[in-house]
Design a protein around this ligand. Structure first.
Ligand code: AP5
Ligand code: MG
Length: 222
């Protein structure tokens, strides 16, 4: 099964991706995670995209297409994939459809998760993640006595780099979040419509607990 997970920043794409990876064995392809890994690794790609991401702007369509074209053709993606954060513009949506036609694949479901902007701002200003296991959480989920320790994997630091395990994303400042929401409504909603014209598409209510949202997703996917 090939799934495209869409929705505004902070709506819960990464959170729901973890459920789908576990329940359906899909390969999680998050373009945001790929770009952040490039920034953290200090590669040439990372240097090119760092300031763009910190400002909440979009990385160029050409670069994103190249990244996704290469990733979707890796052997592990043959058994089903989950795209998270791509496509984000109409040219990316058209590029994806053309690429899939080329390689004889299709999208089985486009899931568009929704939530009110104020809920999203609340979520993102209190989001933290673990560098070691990738767990995404609310700051409230940390143990107040040990707020630097990941409650999921117990890590305090990244064994490879020594950096603190728990971190807040550079683009999760309120002003930048509002800008990302604007980019979403001016560019990404149209990309969702372009995909919906070609593939089965479903709107998923993203409020309620993560488990409740996951149950709605499971209902739609059957
Ligand atoms: P990307 O990493 O894709 O970020 P995003 O789309 O802004 O979305 P987020 O990752 O912030 O949110 P999410 O929906 O995954 O929510 P999460 O599950 O974490 O992209 C980052 C940047 O990279 C872009 O701005 C751009 O610069 C660049 N980029 C990436 N792809 C690109 C592309 N295709 N083209 C061009 N540029 C690109 O949840 C958020 C918080 O809410 C967490 O704390 C979580 O615990 C909590 N939460 C989740 N679900 C619930 C719930 N049901 N109830 C309460 N809290 C919840
Ligand atoms: Mg995410």
């Amino acid at each position: 099964m090939n799934v495209v997970l869409m929705g505004a920043p902070g709506v819960g794409k990464g959170t729901q991706a973890r459920y789908l990876v576990e329940s359906r064995g899909l390969v999680h392809i998050s373009t945001g995670d790929m770009l952040r890994a490039a920034v953290a690794g200090g590669s040439e790609l990372g240097r090119r995209v760092e300031a763009v991401m910190a400002a909440g702007e979009l990385v160029s369509d050409d670069l994103m297409m190249e990244l996704v074209r290469e990733r979707l053709q890796q052997p592990d993606a043959a058994g089903g994939w989950l795209l998270d954060g791509f496509p984000r513009t109409v040219p990316q949506a058209e590029g994806l459809a053309a690429l899939l036609d080329d390689i004889g694949q299709a999208v089985d479901a486009v899931l568009v998760i929704t939530a009110p902007d104020e809920e999203i701002i609340r979520r993102l200003t209190s989001r933290v993640s673990c560098r070691v296991c990738g767990k995404i959480m609310n700051r409230k989920e940390l143990d107040p006595a040990r707020p630097d320790v990941c409650p999921a994997c117990g890590a305090q630091a990244d064994p490879k780099t020594g950096e603190p395990a728990i971190y807040q994303r550079e683009d999760d400042r309120e002003e930048t979040i509002r800008h990302r929401l604007e980019v979403f409504s001016t560019q990404t909603l149209a990309a969702a419509e372009a995909l919906a014209a070609r593939y089965p598409s479903h709107r998923i209510e993203g409020t309620g607990t993560p488990d409740e949202v996951a149950a709605r997703v499971a209902d739609v996917l059957g």
